[in-house]
Design a protein around this ligand. Structure first.
Ligand SMILES: O=C(O)[C@@H](CO)OP(=O)(O)O
Ligand SMILES: [Mg+2]
Length: 403
């Protein structure tokens, strides 16, 4: 029923105005799915490879499409993704591009769900999906800099975390309120701010001042809504790390690895951080393990560039106690099956899964369904801006359907 009839690929715009790959999958019974690849700016060194979109499209048309059309069922995600791997033949999708691969993989999942008449989260999560599991808490980027905005904070993302929200909708609106509160505080302080790639405010303030502002904004909104709102960080420390000198550079301030662990542990305690992503360089499993050992009982230490949604890197991290959560980005690894494998390995070993957008996004909502299907603890997908609200609003709709 879900046999793939055709796969078409095109170039569309992403939120940064760059081209990206969009795939349409049509099944013989008329099921249809469309999905587009997101794109990172602070990409991890070990991610699957994104090719220039026209190259990725040409390669996928030549190698992947003929293996799928008339041969593979869209409803069988493992077969779709195995065909993509077979068509590519490399470890990192450097032949057809992880952007083509992930667009086709996600589009096929939607076509499969369409034929079954099931919502995507249900198709991906299966009939035995635990409907009682709580919904993912949205982490909302409210202040940011790093690779996502020039002349702003060194730390890439300050993330509102409404951990006490009674519903996903209230969490989504709380994050928007925190974003608005940050704007008010900036205005009171006479600080002008544009927005970065993910819609977060990108003021030219020190990291220390950003902590003050976000702390105040989350407290204000917490008082107004009456449930707990903490905050967290994506340090994206690989971008700060100077491997030759062996130090993290925050402008003129340098920190050794040991000092970086110390600094992160202090921040966790001073601000009661709920979440710290990539506090150390992507090769520093030891530093990650050290920090997790010190503060992992009271906060999530999450590996993004460290793990790149890759089960091999995650296995090493589990063995070494390097983190207690993993960021899941399907385009880092190229297919939904690979992303699911990473979530399952993490959850089996007691790690939390955090499903994430990229800084370059489209209106695609697959990750909202993925987060619900896998029972992820958090979803990081921005706060405002159409390509971010596409996912957040989809989560609100899913919550209605999934009760
Ligand atoms: O580092 C990250 O977690 C992401 C998303 O916030 O950024 P990018 O897509 O630029 O890698
Ligand atoms: Mg990150």
């Amino acid at each position: 029923m879900t046999l793939i009839e055709s796969v078409s690929l095109r170039r569309v715009l992403d939120s940064r105005g760059n081209p990206t790959v969009e795939a349409d999958v049509l099944t013989q019974s008329g099921g249809f799915g469309r999905a587009a690849a997101p794109s990172g700016a602070s990409t991890g060194e070990y991610e699957a490879l994104e090719l220039p979109p026209m190259e990725a499209i040409a390669a996928a048309r030549e190698h992947a499409v003929p293996r799928l059309e008339g041969s593979v069922h869209a409803g069988n995600q493992r077969d779709v993704d195995a065909a993509l791997h077979a068509a590519d033949g490399t470890e990192d999708f450097s032949e057809i591009g992880a952007n083509s691969a992930v667009a086709i993989s996600m589009a096929a999942s939607k076509a499969g769900a369409d034929v079954l008449g099931a919502p995507l989260f249900q198709h991906l999560g299966g009939t035995f999906r635990d409907a009682d599991r709580s919904f993912p808490v949205p982490l909302g980027n409210v202040v940011g800099g790093g690779e996502h905005a020039a002349d702003a904070t060194h730390i890439q993302e300050f993330l509102s975390a409404p951990v006490g929200a009674p519903s996903v909708a209230e969490a989504v609106f709380a994050n928007a309120d925190v974003h608005a509160a940050v704007a008010e505080i900036l205005a009171d302080r006479g600080i002008a701010a544009a927005k970065g790639d993910e819609g977060a405010w990108a003021p030219a303030v020190s990291d220390a001042e950003a902590f003050e502002i976000v702390d105040e904004a989350t407290s204000r909104v917490e008082d107004a809504v009456g449930f707990e709102i903490r905050f967290g960080l994506d340090v994206a420390a690989s971008e700060l790390y100077d491997a030759d000198a062996g130090v993290y550079r925050y402008g003129d301030v340098e920190r050794t690895s040991t000092e970086q662990v110390e600094y992160m542990a202090e921040l966790v305690d001073e601000y009661d951080l709920a979440y710290v992503e990539d506090p150390l360089d992507e090769d520093d499993y030891d530093g990650f393990a050290d920090l997790t050992d010190r503060v992992g009982d009271r906060t999530l230490i999450c590996g993004d560039d460290l793990f790149v949604t890759n089960v091999e890197r995650l296995s090493r991290g589990i063995d070494e106690g390097a983190a207690n959560s993993i960021l899941i980005k399907p385009n880092q690894i190229g297919t939904l099956s690979d992303a699911f494998d990473a979530v399952e390995l993490a959850q089996r070993n007691g790690l939390d899964a955090v499903v994430s957008h990229r800084s370059g996004e489209t209106e695609d909502t697959t990750i909202a369904h993925l987060a619900v299907a896998t029972g992820a603890s958090f979803i990081k997908t921005g706060t405002v801006g159409g390509e971010r609200t596409a996912k957040l609003n989809e989560l609100i709709r899913i919550a209605e359907e999934a009760v």
